[in-house]
Design a protein around this ligand. Sequence first.
Ligand SMILES: Nc1ncnc2c1ncn2[C@@H]1O[C@H](COP(=O)(O)OP(=O)(O)OP(=O)(O)O)[C@@H](O)[C@H]1O
Ligand SMILES: [Mg+2]
Length: 247
Amino acid sequence: MAVDPLIELHDVNKFYGKLHVLQDINLTVGRGEVVVVIGPSGSGKSTLCRTINRLETIESGRISIDGRPLPEEGKGLARLRAEVGMVFQSFNLFAHKTVLANVSLAQLKVRKRNKGEADRRSRELLERVGLVGQADKFPAQLSGGQQQRVAIARALAMDPKALLFDEPTSALDPEMINEVLEVMQQLAREGMTMVVVTHEMGFARSAANRVVFMADGRIVEDRTPEDFFTAPESDRAKDFLSKILKH
Ligand SMILES: Nc1ncnc2c1ncn2[C@@H]1O[C@H](COP(=O)(O)OP(=O)(O)OP(=O)(O)O)[C@@H](O)[C@H]1O
Ligand SMILES: [Mg+2]
């Protein structure tokens, strides 16, 4: 299948002081593709996500989204952040705003929709993540799983070209993990382009087109889930899998 590249990283290098945190990263994510990124703590997974929507700068290499290089600053950067949504481990909702207002806010400010239009879209998205009945509540009145689904609805409200997820379920109690993964599975089925850092291997197996395994700032393997889980090539990946699949 010919890939229609949406996210492209070429020879990307990033340092934190002397720490070479991303080393010669080459990665292409095709439109509609779901790429799961796994690897040991400190391997650079979060940094990789953060460079893609330019929350972090890079020292060398090129990153482009939909054929355009990442903008440096200003309007282009705001547009990029709208085009590439991010969902974090901590949901980062505004505590003093209702669920509806949280989902509508950036639509008003960034997309310049009027309030009626934004709220209508927000209700549609809340319906999609199973939370339309909670629209008038405040974040603290929701469970962690519900708050994370609000955060996903908020990201979707920008009509993003791609979504990045950085361990979206790792702050959740076990019984809430599935409700978030199900929403993500649904997005994957609908063709959303997604880069997902997660330890949920079930999700990786069922939703990912590719698994990218990172260690020490490098991409060590980039393969289909089937290949990766049944026959990891590198010792690092074998070691990692034996640890996480044990529990
Ligand atoms: N702002 C920063 N300043 C300096 N070093 C940093 C900074 N952020 C991350 N690092 C270091 O960069 C390396 C990669 O960090 P990163 O958070 O990307 O790893 P990770 O794979 O996401 O790990 P984890 O699984 O624990 O989330 C680590 O050694 C980390 O300590
Ligand atoms: Mg991380």
